[in-house]
Design a protein around this ligand. Structure first.
Ligand code: ADP
Ligand code: MG
Length: 237
């Protein structure tokens, strides 16, 4: 393993244009994330968290700047390269869980491995391991609507890890959960970053969850607030 950063963001700028209106969603955002780190992205609603994660994960392209993940320049990859990156290198967790309603928990976890044509025996073994890791071994055959919100998000975390990604990107993964369940999901992410050796970038505006992160990046109106500046010290800001 090299000690290169797993994620490099350099001078990211993103402007949304709707008609004559322009919204600058990211302003010259630069940072790195080292392998094995859990980095939280904090900022109030509209500060640019989702926009930032979308540029890192190759779901969208910046207007200026560069994103490198695991040595690949995401911001310059053609569509086929982005598909491969999102399948093999990055696992996503979303606020709304994003599970397929007609599939069981186990089948949802298996979806990414079907995309990579993982042999069925290996796939079943990994599904069993992942469901046990997130504490859902007894719920493998339940559909999402038969699970609580917290359980659904556990399935989504297991699915995100299915193809052994280098990076997990989670956009407000606890935004739809009560505070106790939210903390359990953050603790689960914290645990899998250690046990699976992955790196995680997690957007949240919940101050209670930030304590579990190795480091916090703070966005304010599309710009990163420098570490140690007063804005970062204000609790709950
Ligand atoms: P956050 O995730 O922190 O709430 P977002 O990244 O969603 O912030 O949004 C940052 C800014 O960009 C906001 O002002 C938002 O209204 C604007 N924005 C986000 N997505 C779009 C879009 N698709 N079109 C136009 N404006 C957008
Ligand atoms: Mg958002």
């Amino acid at each position: 393993m090299s000690d290169e950063p797993l994620v490099i963001a350099e001078g990211l700028r993103k402007v949304y244009r709707t008609g004559p209106k322009e919204v600058v969603a990211l302003r010259d955002v630069s940072f790195t994330v080292n392998p094995g780190e859990l980095v939280a992205v904090r900022g109030r609603s509209g500060s640019g968290k989702t926009t930032l994660l979308n540029q890192i994960g190759g779901l969208d392209r910046p207007d200026a700047g560069r994103v490198v993940v695991a040595g690949e320049t995401v911001s310059e990859l053609p569509e086929a390269g982005l598909l491969r990156l999102r399948r093999d290198v990055i696992g996503f967790v979303f606020q709304s869980f994003g599970l397929i309603p007609v599939l069981s928990a186990a089948e949802n976890v298996g979806v990414p491995m079907r995309l990579t044509r993982t042999p069925s025996g290996e796939r079943e073994d990994r599904i069993t391991m992942l469901l046990a890791m997130v504490g859902l071994e007894k719920h493998a055959n339940q559909r999402p609507y038969e699970l609580s919100g917290g359980q659904q998000q556990r399935v989504a975390v297991a699915r995100a890890l299915a193809n052994r990604p280098r990076l997990v990107i989670a956009d407000e993964p606890t935004g739809q959960l009560d505070s106790q369940t939210a903390r359990q999901i953050m603790q689960l992410l914290r645990a899998v970053v250690r046990s699976e050796g992955v790196t995680a970038l997690v957007a949240t505006h919940d101050p209670a969850l930030l304590t579990l992160a190795d480091r916090v990046l703070e966005l304010h109106d599309g710009a990163l607030v420098p570490a140690g500046s007063p804005a970062q010290a204000v609790p709950g800001a």
